[in-house]
Design a protein around this ligand. Structure first.
Ligand code: ZN
Length: 201
């Protein structure tokens, strides 16, 4: 509920901040006040960074990772193992695996999970290009690093079925990923162990 004594510019800022994950209306107000107080060290550089990222950061046309170059830095890195593709829900999970140093191959970002309840079907995900990439002769293993949630497991089953024709071994993370667990929240040791002890899907 907008308060009458907050000007339209400030109210718009608060409303937009409140759309960020983890920020409700109250914390959005706190963030707006903080930005106004730190106008030169934070607010103006942030405004520039937002506009710059909006212009330059795009999804890699090969793997779906966010980067300002295409193919992304990970796809372009020649020393990466070309035989293993790690399938993740989103770029946050790719970052978590990179942080853990858990995967030396390349990635494929689905851009979400199958969720019949939310009306998210196979065509809403980056699946066609995964099957194409998995069928390349250089690729021998697909690791499904998907969350241990209902949607994550539904997606893992679906992707496994779709990959039968690609003639690759399909594995998934094992120990340490708790039921209902989102990868992004796991500590690095747990994530690295789950990758090391992956098992056939
Ligand atoms: Zn890429």
């Amino acid at each position: 509920m907008p308060a009458a004594n907050i000007g339209p510019e400030l109210q718009r800022l608060i409303d937009l901040l409140a759309k960020l994950p983890g920020l409700g209306p109250r914390s959005a107000k706190r963030a707006a006040l903080h930005l106004l107080k730190k106008r030169d060290p934070v607010m103006r550089p942030l405004a520039f960074a937002l506009a710059d990222a909006a212009d330059k950061v795009k999804a890699c046309s090969t793997c779906g990772n966010w980067d300002s170059i295409d193919p992304c830095a990970i796809c372009a890195e020649a020393s990466r193992d070309q035989s293993i593709l790690c399938v993740v829900q989103d770029v946050g999970d790719l970052w978590a695996l990179e942080r853990a140093g858990a995967h030396k191959g390349r990635y494929h970002v689905l851009g979400g999970l199958l969720s019949p309840l939310d009306g998210i079907g196979p065509n809403d995900l980056n699946l066609g290009s995964l099957i194409e990439r998995a069928s390349a002769p250089a690729v021998s293993e697909i690791v499904l690093a998907l969350p241990a949630t209902v949607d994550g497991q539904t997606t893992a089953h679906y992707v496994t079925d779709q990959l039968i024709a690609a003639n690759v071994s399909v594995t998934r993370l094992s120990q340490g990923v708790p039921v209902g667990g989102e990868l992004d929240y796991l500590d690095e040791g747990t994530l690295a162990a789950a990758m090391k002890t992956r098992r056939p899907a």
